[in-house]
Design a protein around this ligand. Sequence first.
Ligand code: PMP
Length: 330
Amino acid sequence: MKYANSILDLVGNTPLVKLQHVTDGIAATVLVKVEYLNPGGSSKDRIAARIVDAAEREGLLKPGGTIVEPTSGNTGIGLALVAQQRGYRCVFVLPDKVGEDKRSVLTAYGAEIVVTPTAVAPESPESYYSVSDRLAREIPGAFKPNQYSNLNGPLSHYETTGPEIWRDTEGEITHFVAGVGTGGTISGTGRYLKEVSDGRVVVIGADPEGSVYSGGTGRPYLVEGVGEDFWPEAYDPSVVDEIVASSDAESFEYTRRLAREEGLLVGGSSGMAVASALKAARTLPAEAVMVILLPDGGRGYLGKVFNDRWMASHGFAAAGQGPTVEDVLL
Ligand code: PMP
């Protein structure tokens, strides 16, 4: 009989798929690594498993303990999934701008949530950061993973994502591209690929225009999960050869095109990674093999990038939109 003992055993080993259409005019082979096929729907399942394993080993998390983290997104889902399977309680602190659907995913897995006001300074006792610090201090047996400084994040990618890409490309990969949020994905995967290829693999970070990695100050952009206004410890700039920035408009255009032209329903940070990667791929020879990591799926963003009214209200063209029934009938 072929089965997994636990859903957690299915984290990782995501497939590579060749892009067929959005790569028109590009000679190189461009592959994407489809991380939404992880059980919790994103690359963050990888870091959650590694962070919890390490905390157990180091005695920071004991049976019956509680995981407390400020997170609204994929890291919360990954941690909730691991916590549920191992019998831990999870308390996530979310800013009030986080939508109902994202809250419901976390509570569906059994996590508890505490909602904090967005309109207060970070040092206010009511802020997202202050509340999570207080809960981590006051709840007995609490453990706070802190994904921005926890080096088990990059390590999980060094141990799994990197080796999978090297194995599946049979060592033919020449370029690796990933969006940078905490920096864990690019730092861990990039370090592995550099080491195993004797420095041959070129590592390219994709960044939303305005974020610190591409020289900005953290000016607000709409793509979620990538870009920062500070330099996290999980990011190792020494493995990144180049940073390529993309605007929200470019990122959302490619997010929509990936669904319509490639059948890949992915989030905005995946569109951002592809938009940036293709700028770099245009000048590459036919022998080059580029791998782009797509962190999560598009279902969490149906009301945003995939909603024409939302796109129009933020000044974006609904690119990739085909003719409507009305256009054809008129
Ligand atoms: N895309 C999405 C949707 C994410 O949630 C994250 C994680 N913040 C990233 C990209 C970036 O990954 P990393 O934190 O490893 O840099």
